[in-house]
Design a protein around this ligand. Structure first.
Ligand code: G3H
Ligand code: 13P
Ligand code: ZN
Length: 311
């Protein structure tokens, strides 16, 4: 089976009340860890690549590794551009074999967001590629972009129909209180996931696939493990997985997870090196790192996404 778009994946996810995991990939071990878990649990999968990942690993290396994962697993896998900042990067990914792109115009004024999103949709659809747009602004840190809690904004449900109608996007990322990165919330500030906004969006867009970004829960076990081996993650506060589970049962068809994989991988490497300080073969510490990614993804598939057995 070749790479797929998210069209059929999302239709099934919406109808059956689960979400597909979209995991960020940067190298071979991460791709292998994620796909091993999906294979074990027969889950559909979205592997997503950020601009930073493309810069780090190179577009061709990443696409070829993902193609290898498709051959290896036989699973329906979509290759997605995460947070495309402009038309050029979206075009480059569409031309270079991606099956899905995100154009993130959420920081633009509404009309500008519509204009840039529409331009990407026209090019993408002409090439058989699907597009995710975004309305509302998540707090948090991604690459060079920092959005403070004060500058973040919830999606306005009254805008979503107009936006989808005018742009022709295939899915829509909304802001309901999740946040990018491992340091999501200030100490003392409880995360508040606004499922009521999701409910209002659903009413405006019946049957339409919704996306949640910033959906790592910052699993405490791995934060502790990083702290134990010399990290400084005292202020990391996450999102309850039970809230994400509720969103996955509703119109949310794609849930983005990156930070939890980073934490699991780094905790495994720190632990290995602390226990084996004389080892220097990268395969020795990257093996437990890959297993940690696999276990984290398996946990998300079963307990957050609900997409076990849905491939
Ligand atoms: O939302 C952003 C993702 O976590 C990707 O992060 O831009 O550092 O690769 P990155
Ligand atoms: P996290 O930082 O919560 O993992 O979010 C990842 C994300 O939204 C990628 O687009
Ligand atoms: Zn994101």
């Amino acid at each position: 089976m070749p790479l797929v778009t998210t069209k059929q994946m999302f239709k099934k996810a919406w109808e059956e009340g689960y979400a597909v995991g979209a995991f960020n990939v940067n190298n071979m071990e991460i791709i292998q860890g994620i796909t091993q878990a999906a294979k074990q649990l027969n889950a559909p999968l979205i592997l997503q690549v950020s601009a930073g990942a493309r810069k780090y690993a190179n577009h061709v290396y990443l696409t070829k590794l993902v193609e290898a994962a498709v051959i290896e697993t036989g699973l329906p896998i979509a290759l997605h551009l995460d947070h495309g900042a402009d038309f050029e990067i979206c075009k480059s990914c569409i031309d270079g074999g991606f099956t899905s792109v995100m154009i993130d115009g959420s920081h633009f004024p509404y009309e500008e967001n519509i204009a840039i999103t529409k331009k990407v949709v026209e090019y993408a659809h002409a090439h058989g590629v699907v597009v995710e747009g975004e309305l509302g602004r998540l707090a948090g840190v991604e690459d060079d972009v920092k959005v403070s809690q004060e500058d973040s904004s919830y999606t306005r449900p009254e805008e979503v129909y107009d936006f989808v109608n005018k742009t022709g996007v295939d899915s829509l990322a909304i802001a309901i209180g999740t946040s990018h990165g491992a340091f999501k919330f200030k100490p003392g500030q409880e995360p508040k996931i606004r499922l009521d906004i999701l409910e209002q969006v659903e009413k405006q867009l019946p049957g339409f696939p919704i996306v949640l970004h910033g959906a790592s829960s910052v699993v405490p076990e791995f934060v502790d493990e990083i702290n134990m081996f010399g990290g400084a993650m005292d202020n990391a506060i996450g999102i309850p997985e039970s809230e994400l589970r509720k969103a996955a049962e509703r119109a949310v068809c794609k849930i983005n997870i990156d930070s939890d994989l980073r934490l699991a991988m780094t905790a495994a490497i720190r632990k290995y090196m602390a226990q084996n300080p004389s080892h220097f073969d990268p395969r020795q510490y990257l093996s437990p790192a890959r297993e940690a990614i696999r276990d984290m993804v398996a946990h998300k598939i079963e307990h957050v996404l609900g997409c076990k057995g849905k491939a």
